[in-house]
Ligand binder design. Structure first.
Ligand SMILES: NC(=O)c1ccc[n+]([C@@H]2O[C@H](COP(=O)([O-])OP(=O)(O)OC[C@H]3O[C@@H](n4cnc5c(N)ncnc54)[C@H](O)[C@@H]3O)[C@@H](O)[C@H]2O)c1
Ligand SMILES: [Zn+2]
Ligand SMILES: [Zn+2]
Length: 338
């Protein structure tokens, strides 16, 4: 079978490797149908993911079919459609004991610290395999993992009915946060610096959009919220200006959710945090979001819309990464098709 391995920056090789077999009783053999290409895969491919150990098979956004499983697997049948929960954790450390296994001290992420789903078959423990309805279109199923990132951000922001929420950035993660915040009953403003991204956010359910390259964000928020400020900010742009702006536009008693993995320092005064008694929350990957996102997708309440903009056959994986590098503004979500 074929597997795509990253050996170094922009050194991606499609190799012939042995097809894995079940050797552990709790393992499942999965054949991907579609694997999404995430911004973090692009970072890894560029040699810019300090957490990844090379060589590495990327891919953590997997929807596929159960081919085989070990004797201890009880909840699956051959041919079942499934998605993969990429995180594996110890269950014993402080974070795990406090319901945050996504920041476990020995966290391993499928496709980052472990070989992932950009190969024709893989084995993975049953507890990371989630069954989905066979009627759910594959292109939707492949978006379940990125939508869990938005769901986690909305959960960390404690987004609820009637909240005003600002989502900064209208990339796939911002769109995921927008959709999950809308489902939770919030009013959502989306900011970006590219008009086309904002037009797309509008089609995906944003109540109002702001191009912060042209319009003053503080003024737009003041007008929209009648001076109160937004109750929640989710920063899915992950830039220094969006981080700093969050503290200015959030309301008293509000919450700011950060998704950035950036190491650049932002300049933040303690005054707004204390004066407005803010909650500042990090959101990394997801915890316990798969079941909800799957249910929302299966019911039709959550849909990818036109988020999938490009599909490449798996053997053309190099073309896919070259295309994303050459057309960063054009690609929303690209999938590899197996
Ligand atoms: N914490 C996590 O678990 C997690 C998971 C996935 C992605 N991420 C991070 O989330 C971020 C977004 O991911 P993505 O795939 O959507 O990326 P993306 O690059 O597709 O989207 C970012 C968007 O932000 C916009 N932007 C840039 N400057 C802006 C500004 N000043 N104001 C408003 N918008 C601005 C861009 O135009 C773009 O549309 C990335 O930084 C990624 O590393 C975090
Ligand atoms: Zn991803
Ligand atoms: Zn742990």
């Amino acid at each position: 079978m074929k597997a795509a391995k990253v050996y170094g920056a922009k050194d991606l090789r499609l190799e012939e490797v042995e097809t894995p077999r079940i050797t552990k009783p709790a393992d499942v053999l999965v054949k991907p149908a579609y694997t999404g290409i995430c911004g973090s895969d692009v970072h890894l491919y560029h040699g810019k993911n300090p957490l990844a150990v090379l060589p590495r098979i990327m891919g953590h956004e997997v929807a596929g079919v159960v081919e085989d499983f070990g004797g201890e697997v009880k909840g699956l049948s051959p041919g079942d459609h499934v998605v993969i929960d990429p995180i594996s954790f110890c269950g014993k450390c402080y974070a795990c004991r406090h319901n945050m296994p996504n920041v476990c001290e020995s966290l391993l992420v499928f496709g980052v610290q472990q070989d992932g789903g950009m190969r024709e078959y893989f084995t993975i423990p049953e507890k990371q395999v989630l069954k989905i309805d066979k009627n759910l279109p594959w292109k939707e199923a492949a978006l379940i993992e990125p939508f869990t990132i938005g769901a986690n951000a909305a959960a960390r922001g404690n987004v609820g009915i009637g909240d005003t929420v600002l989502v900064e950035g209208a990339g796939p993660i911002g769109i995921a946060a927008l959709k999950l915040a809308k489902i939770k009953g919030a009013q959502v403003m989306v900011s970006d610096v590219v008009d086309e991204k904002l037009a797309f956010a509008g089609k995906q359910g944003a109540d109002i959009t702001v191009n912060t390259a042209k319009t003053d964000l503080e003024e737009a928020v003041r007008e929209w919220t009648k001076g109160e400020g937004v109750n929640k900010v989710i920063d899915a742009a992950c830039t220094t200006p969006t981080i700093e702006a969050a503290f200015k536009v959030v309301s008293a008693a509000g919450t700011i959710v950060f998704l950035s993995f950036g190491e650049e320092a932002a300049k933040i005064a303690p005054l707004p945090i204390t004066k407005k008694q803010l909650t500042v929350a990090g959101s990394r990957l997801q915890t316990y979001q798969f079941a909800n996102v799957i249910r929302l997708m299966e019911s039709g309440a959550l849909r990818g819309g036109d988020l999938v903009s490009h599909i490449f056959p798996f053997p053309d994986i190099q073309k896919a990464f070259d295309f994303i590098d050459a057309h960063p503004g054009e690609v929303k979500k690209a999938l590899l098709e197996f």
